[in-house]
Design a protein around this ligand. Structure first.
Ligand SMILES: [Zn+2]
Ligand SMILES: [Zn+2]
Ligand SMILES: [Zn+2]
Length: 364
């Protein structure tokens, strides 16, 4: 019971911090949604385009089948997460948990049919004659002979190379035929029908789960739902006021052996010991040899950072500000005023880019 209680209380933020891959993926995900949402009209949901390697078994099948169809994967790529045991006997994905805790909202955008065996969305529809089962089904115009009122598929009027009414036997001119609509006709048994039987054929030939050209009925098929996501204010604040962005960056930088990262109170100590500046704290200070970068994540409140930048300008450090788009204008002049300030628009970032930027500053 005790361990279950603790699991139930674990928030999604606490959870992602326990897993390097999830943390990096989630931060990139939130940055990605924020960026797309800003680029598009307000409230248009973002279809998540990146494939993660951390999938549940169920989702792995799906993603693999999408990847085997290169064209489709370009149009429709889905990001899902490894599911985890959040409550006993219940798997809840990180994505769903971000929604439950109010960081994201979601709406269903569309549904499409996938192969019930391999899960591939790459399928084609076949029309089958409901009478004889032939696939030689075509569409034709349904016409009425205006002279006698007889109505049937136009192909039934063709007699050698002229039109003859099958009912009254008169030779028919095109203008004597009134087009009433279209209908299916079977070229095997010659019967017409409004609704053909439909079968699907899976076009995924790379799977070992079924033989090539595997066919299935509509009722056997599976339907996959596509969701779009919006980031909420709470989600934005998570990126800009919580420490997860720096947590994820630190993880990426931890593979560089000669890089030292100070966080929280340690940055304050570093400032006091190195520069004799008291009570100045940063999200992080990253050091390599004699080079140091002070890093802050700036949300919607930008004013305090104007003052901070002034103080940092008296040191040998580079001051790197990762800035919420709404705060960019407030801080725009800082780069001109102080040569050691770097402003980065958070929307132009991925974690990899941010890591590369920090590494390049430290190496110059
Ligand atoms: Zn299949
Ligand atoms: Zn038929
Ligand atoms: Zn007729």
């Amino acid at each position: 019971m005790g361990s279950n209680d603790r699991k139930a209380k674990l928030s999604v933020v606490d959870y992602i911090k326990t897993d390097r891959e999830l943390l990096i993926a989630t931060v990139d995900l939130l940055l990605h949604i924020l960026k797309k949402q800003r680029e598009m009209e307000i409230d248009k949901p973002v279809i998540i385009e990146r494939l993660s390697t951390t999938f549940s078994d169920f989702e792995t099948n799906f993603s693999e089948s999408i990847e085997t169809d290169k064209k489709l994967s370009e149009e429709l790529r889905i990001w899902t997460y490894k599911t985890y045991e959040y409550e006993k006997e219940k798997n809840v994905s990180v994505l769903r948990q971000l929604i439950n805790e109010g960081y994201l909202t979601f709406t269903e955008i569309e549904r499409y049919v996938v192969c019930p065996v391999c899960g591939s969305p790459s399928i084609r529809a076949l029309f089958i004659c409901p009478f004889c089962g032939s696939f030689k089904v075509n569409t034709t115009e349904i016409v009425q002979h205006t002279v006698c009122g007889f109505t049937d598929a136009k192909v039934k009027f063709w007699s050698k190379d002229e039109l003859v009414c099958p009912s009254c036997g008169l030779r028919v001119k095109e203008e004597d035929l009134k087009i009433l609509g279209r209908i299916f006709i079977c070229e095997n048994c010659n019967r017409t029908f409004r609704n053909p039987s439909i079968r699907f054929e899976c076009l995924n030939y790379n799977t070992t789960l079924h033989s090539p050209k595997y066919k299935f009925d509509p009722l056997e098929s599976k339907v996959r739902k596509i969701y779009g996501y919006n980031i909420t204010k709470k989600g934005e604040r998570l990126i800009f006021s919580d420490t997860i962005l720096i947590d994820a960056l630190s993880l990426l930088l931890s593979s560089y052996p000669d890089v030292i990262i100070f966080r929280g109170g340690d940055t304050k100590n570093f400032m006091e010991e190195t520069f004799k500046i008291k009570e100045l704290e940063f999200s992080a200070i990253i050091i390599k040899g004699t080079k140091a970068v002070a890093l802050d994540v700036v949300g919607e409140e930008a004013i305090p950072f104007l003052v901070k930048a002034g103080v940092v300008s008296r040191t040998s450090m580079i001051y790197l500000l990762i800035v919420h788009p709404d705060s960019l204008r407030t801080l725009a002049d800082l780069e001109k005023m102080h040569s050691n300030v770097r402003i980065v628009n958070a929307l132009e970032l991925s974690l990899d880019k941010l890591k590369d930027l920090v590494v390049s500053i430290l190496s110059n």
